[in-house]
Design a protein around this ligand. Sequence first.
Ligand SMILES: [Zn+2]
Length: 404
Amino acid sequence: MILLSTLPFKTQKSIPSGSDNRGTGLLLQAGYIRMTLAGAYNYTTLGLRTLRNIEQIVREEMNAIGSSEVLLTALGAKENWEKTDRWNSVDILFKLPGAEWKEYALNPTHEEVVTPLMGEFIQSYKDLENCSMYQIQTKFRNEKRAKSWLMRGREFLMKDMYSFHRTQEELDTYFEVVHAAYDRVFERLGLADSTHYTFASGGDFSKYSYEFQTEIAIGEDEIFVCESCGQAHNKEIIDENSFVCVECAHTICDRRIVSESANIFKLGSRFSDVFGLKYQDADGQSKNIVMGCYGIGISRLMGLIAEKFADDKGLVWPIEVSPASHIIIVIGDHLDQAKSIAKLLESSGHAALIDDRKTGFGQKAGDADLFGIPNRIILSDKTIEKWGYELKKRTESEGIIIAI
Ligand SMILES: [Zn+2]
């Protein structure tokens, strides 16, 4: 349990001016985040708990499909970025000057690290039976103009996963396994209904790339959803004058404003070829390796969820994302009872905040709404007179008395 009196972070009376959007404004007002510079945020205790919850959902679903968690270096070797021809072509690559006129990359993605790394472990076809790894790490983009919110940062938290396969067919099969795992992630985040698996323009090795686009009014992207089969298409693959569904050839569609929350790519052998990554087949022949990569923007999702579900009173977190399932407002001398309730909740897998601050009920009730915690408990002389506490859901207006 967390006692709010012990937190050194405070809420503000109103949304700070200059916020680019309501979600980020509310996160600032609630004291979840603070900006160091445009596109780089600090997470305070409640913000970090929210971020960790999103991270944990993603981690559990990646573990469930047999991917292995790793932590790769944030620093990248210039030689590797030159080998893949991306040192000069990736315009958002952060380049760091080091000692003795050396230069390094601050990695925005990790093909240049993970491919040579796996070269140290992959020899035979047997090593590629289940070869998938992921990390959850801070990434960097040298944006010219970063927006002042969590959605497009210079520094942000990502899950990136890489898989290595013997054949294109094996990659295709695994790709669908990852697709299904992503669907489960969006289900748990409360975003399943509003997130579309979208065909977008392809890279060098496949006709399409695949994005997960979440409907949100302030989104930066547009998709067209087939009215017949529901397949979503990024506007970049649509002929402006006439829509033809790539799945079913239907010609009527719905336009939606969206924000990209994840993407998955078939990389083919572009990176494995550059780093000389090969395997020996059963008959002793040396063969090429094909790769896939799979991203989810963890901090971006936090901004997106904050924006999407917020109401006129504040944040509204889905239960699995919320920094706590319950906030217990204590009025008067009932802290011990509040702690007992919190312990009971924790024993059944919930997490509780206790608002034991020496402030009036008005501020506590307002902050409980602002924080976006799904369940609010009030413990006061009045509720004790009724032999219990009041329980109210964040999205409802009336509470009920629960007997203690
Ligand atoms: Zn269709």
